[in-house]
Design a binder for this molecule. Structure first.
Ligand SMILES: C[S@@+](CC[C@H](N)C(=O)[O-])C[C@H]1O[C@@H](n2cnc3c(N)ncnc32)[C@H](O)[C@@H]1O
Length: 204
């Protein structure tokens, strides 16, 4: 099967995919990974905490289909990947205040200076996550690229209504979760430094 390895994030800005809101089971807390690829992280989260519901948002349709087939084989009915574009589809997918945690694990690096404002964790995305997070909900970002970590931190420190879960302008020392994404495991195996940030949505 052919897998398209790269989606041009500049073009993806205008590509609307998800037309229908997701129907989520009432009750269990919902955790969402943005750019979930094969959803390995969410599969491991589901093993770690089975009583939650997990949604992967991914723009490569082949990966979404593969991930959903794998979850069915593994009997992980609480993990679902959806073919959607982070840049434009989130507010259509989720109801306000329905998400307990967002994960942004190893967002694609867009190095050029002129593409800075197009980095995944920007004011726009943070504003949307703020609407979708329940009070006390969390945003977790992990990346092996320091510039991306610093940009995300600056945007999150500036955002109203969020507090750094460690202390202002600080990275987490280690992941609070046992689950690992594929990229995270690879970095750990190769001894590559991972920058981790976590922010909590304060009560309104
Ligand atoms: C570097 S990979 C990281 C995958 C996974 N989170 C991990 O840590 O192994 C980034 C993923 O984000 C997806 N992605 C990039 N832009 C996206 C967008 N606008 N909407 C949804 N997914 C996107 C890519 O297709 C890719 O699967």
């Amino acid at each position: 099967m052919r897998i398209r390895q790269h989606v041009n994030p500049l073009r993806a800005d205008f590509l609307e995919i998800a037309l229908e809101p997701l129907v989520l089971p009432a009750g269990p807390p919902v955790e969402v990974e943005l750019g979930s690829a094969d959803a390995q992280f969410l599969q491991e989260r589901a093993v770690e905490e089975p009583r939650r519901f997990y949604v992967g948002v991914e723009i490569r349709r082949e990966l979404v289909e593969q991930a959903n087939r794998r979850c069915r084989r593994m009997g992980l009915s609480q993990v679902h990947s959806v073919f959607a574009n982070i840049a434009v589809d989130l507010l259509r997918l989720f109801r306000p205040a329905r998400v307990a945690r967002f994960f942004v694990n190893f967002p694609d690096p867009w190095f050029k200076q002129r593409q800075r404002k197009r980095r995944v964790v920007n004011e726009d995305l943070i504003g949307q996550m703020a609407l979708l997070l329940e009070a006390g909900g969390e945003i977790h970002v992990a990346t092996d690229i320091f510039d991306i970590a610093l940009d995300a931190m600056a945007a999150l420190e500036r955002a109203e209504g969020f507090g750094n879960m460690r202390e202002p302008w600080s990275f987490l020392r280690r992941s609070p979760f046992a689950a690992r994404s594929r990229r995270e495991r690879r970095c750990e195996d190769l001894g590559i430094k991972i920058w981790r940030l976590a922010y909590r949505r304060q009560q309104a």
